[in-house]
Structure formats: structure tokens, C-alpha cells
Design a protein around this ligand. Structure first.
Ligand code: NAP
Length: 330
């Protein structure tokens, strides 16, 4: 089978590799779609740790080609894959904090992933999706599961004012989730006009260009702010624009060695809750069902679909102006 293999930092090749053999407790998935995300770019450039050689791709789904003995799944089922494999027995897993499992291993990061014709997947990671789902939508289920984690932590009950800083895939999914959760005001802050226009079509009630307006002045008193840019500026803004007693949910990832000053006095007297949100603990199934429900506008987020040979060019260049999501169809 063909696969995109990362041999070393900045060294990617479409390679003919052995098709994996199914064992008990695993299934062979024929990949229909795999998203390319910022983490893949970081892995490619050596900015995020991964095994090497490894087949990249952690946002994927496909059709079951082969099942192991005694499997509850059926050949031909279309499924989404949770790439994050955990032990299920450590204290964190038992408490539902699976993102902290010391044994966490990720398909497409530590072991072979979905930018390939086939992937061997543990059955624990498989989530069937609705019949007839647009295969491209499989690429959104994992990032949506991470966004749902942020929503769980935000505990929106309806009627809140919400700010979303950063209009990439995560920010634009959070905008749609906030709308579904009944937020009365959703302010999206991002630099690219195309993304601000998209946000207005999918649920934002107002958009702000941080290049032409001072975010800390024109946005204030937010009940909940989602930091979805992973930038120092947006992290600082999030603390200023959130109301006293409000919550800042931090999804965006900065470089691991980025530090910045915060004002502890302000955090205390404003009872500001600054809450990180990491991965998709126990949210992949809900994400698969929500994508299947058709309640999200995902087509508007798709910028380009490439084959395996097109992956290198996508990873070599920064995303083009206006582009949101690139998807690989092997
Ligand atoms: P993305 O496509 O890079 O989106 C982030 C966007 O934020 C950028 O494209 C940029 O859009 C915007 N931005 C950057 N600086 C900004 C600024 N100063 N003010 C306003 N907007 C700014 O990435 P993504 O896939 O949506 O992911 C968002 C973040 O979440 C990333 O850091 C990613 O690593 C992280 N992530 C976290 C988890 C988790 O589990 N916590 C899961 C997946 C991803 P403009 O050019 O339009 O400004």
C-alpha cells in the first residue's frame, strides 16, 4: 500500500509499505479522508515530538476493510477513529482524564496514522458514523472532539456572551458549538477577512479584525472566552475581555517554551478561571454523532482536497490566505 512516511525532520516520502495484518482486537481501515492540522506541520518541522519513521495523520476515518476474530465491527462499516490510544486502567483513565494517561500513544504521531491507503487500528478507537456521511466530514471529527472538550469545560448553559480568538478550524468549530449551546452573543476575532466572513455565516454575531481594532477595547465583559489561536497576544487579550467571574478556555497551543506574565492580583480579585483544554477525552463518540446529525456547516471550512502525492506541497508551504482546512483522500 502507499503511505506518506515521515523518515526524519523535513523528510517526507510517498512510499510503498507493507499493508498491515489484522490481529485480534484490531481492524484494517481503508482511509477515506484524513485532515492535515497544525500539529502535522509542527511534527514535519521537528517542533512537536513524534516517532520516525512514522506514517502521519491523526484526523481520519474510513471504511472497515478487514476485522479481527470475534470483532463487533463489520466489513464495509464507515467509521471515525480516535487517534489517542490510552491504557484505560490507570487512575487518570479511570477518572475520565484520558488525555493524561502516561501510556497515551497517538496514531499518526507515535505509531502509523491515516495519511495512507490503510491503517491498522485498535478496535477501542473505532466510532461508527451515520450511513451516507460525506467522507470528507470524517476529517473533522477529531478536531471537533477536541472542541467539544473545550465546550464541556466552559459549561455554557445558554444565553452567554462568548468570544472566540482565532478563526482556524478549531475557532470556527467552537463558534458553531457555541451557537448550538445557545450563546446569545458570539464574537470571533481573527486577522483574515475571509475567515471573518465565514464566521458570520455560521453563527458569529460580530467579528473583529485585531489588526485594525484594539481587541481589549472593543470587546469586553465576555462570560466565556475561547483562546483558539495559540498566540501570546490572544492569551493576554482573553484575560482582559472576560468579565469578572468569567472563564477563559485555552485550546490554542503555543510553543512549549513560551512564557508570559500574568497579573495574579487581577486573576484573584476578578475570580478569573483560566482553564486549559487538551485533546478529546471521551468526546470522540459525541463528535461523530454531531457530524452525522448535519447540524454543523463543515463544507464551508474545506479549502482543498489532495491525494497522497499532494501532501508534501501542503506541508512545505504555510496555509494560503483564506484557506481553512486541507484534507487528504488517499
Ligand atoms: P490554525 O488554523 O492555525 O488557527 C489558528 C488561527 O488563529 C490562525 O490561523 C490565525 O488566523 C489566528 N490567529 C493567530 N494569531 C492571531 C491573533 N493575534 N489574533 C487573532 N487571531 C489570530 O489552527 P487550528 O487547527 O484552528 O487550531 C487552533 C489552535 O488549537 C492551534 O494552536 C492548535 O495547535 C491548537 N489545538 C489544540 C487542541 C487541543 O486539544 N487543545 C486540539 C487541536 C488544535 P488569522 O490568520 O485569520 O488570524
Amino acid at each position: 500500500m502507499k503511505a506518506v512516511v515521515l523518515n526524519a525532520v523535513n523528510d517526507l516520502q510517498v512510499t510503498e509499505v507493507q499493508r498491515p495484518k489484522v490481529e485480534a482486537g484490531s481492524s484494517l481501515i481503508k482511509v477515506l479522508a484524513c485532515g492535515i492540522c497544525g500539529t502535522d506541520r509542527h511534527i514535519y518541522k521537528g517542533e512537536y515530538p513524534s516517532s520516525k519513521p512514522v506514517i502521519l495523520g491523526h484526523e481520519f476515518g474510513g471504511v472497515i476493510e478487514e476485522v479481527g476474530p470475534g470483532s463487533k465491527f463489520k466489513v464495509g462499516q464507515v467509521v471515525s477513529i480516535d487517534p489517542n490510544i490510552v491504557c484505560g486502567t490507570c487512575p487518570d483513565c479511570v477518572a475520565g482524564r484520558t488525555a493524561f494517561c502516561p501510556g497515551l500513544t497517538a496514531l499518526g504521531v507515535n505509531i502509523n496514522g491515516g495519511i495512507a491507503e490503510y491503517v491498522l487500528t485498535p478496535d477501542t478507537q473505532i466510532y461508527p458514523v451515520k450511513d451516507g456521511l460525506n467522507p470528507l466530514h470524517l476529517a473533522f471529527i477529531e478536531p471537533l472532539a477536541c472542541s467539544i472538550r473545550g465546550m464541556d469545560l466552559a459549561q455554557l448553559k445558554g444565553g452567554e456572551s462568548v468570544a472566540v480568538l482565532g478563526g482556524g478550524v478549531i475557532g470556527l468549530l467552537v463558534v458553531q458549538l457555541a451557537k448550538l449551546a445557545g450563546a446569545r452573543e458570539i464574537v470571533l476575532v481573527t486577522r483574515q477577512k475571509f475567515r471573518r466572513d465565514v464566521a458570520l455565516k455560521i453563527g458569529a454575531t460580530r467579528v473583529v479584525d485585531p489588526k485594525s481594532e484594539d481587541v481589549s477595547e472593543v470587546v469586553s465583559g465576555m462570560d466565556v472566552t475561547f483562546e483558539c489561536a495559540g498566540a501570546v497576544d490572544t492569551f493576554k487579550q482573553s484575560q482582559v475581555i472576560t468579565r469578572r467571574g468569567g472563564s477563559v478556555i485555552v485550546l490554542g497551543l503555543t510553543a512549549a517554551d513560551t512564557n508570559l506574565e500574568i497579573n495574579p492580583f487581577s486573576v484573584v480579585v476578578n475570580e478569573l478561571r483560566i482553564q486549559g483544554s487538551f485533546l478529546n477525552p471521551l468526546t470522540q463518540g459525541r463528535a461523530a454523532e454531531l457530524v452525522g446529525s448535519g447540524k454543523l456547516n463543515l463544507d464551508i471550512l474545506i479549502s482543498k482536497v489532495v491525494d497522497l502525492a499532494g501532501v508534501q506541497a501542503v506541508l512545505d508551504a504555510p496555509p494560503a490566505e483564506g484557506d481553512i482546512k486541507y484534507i487528504v483522500c488517499p
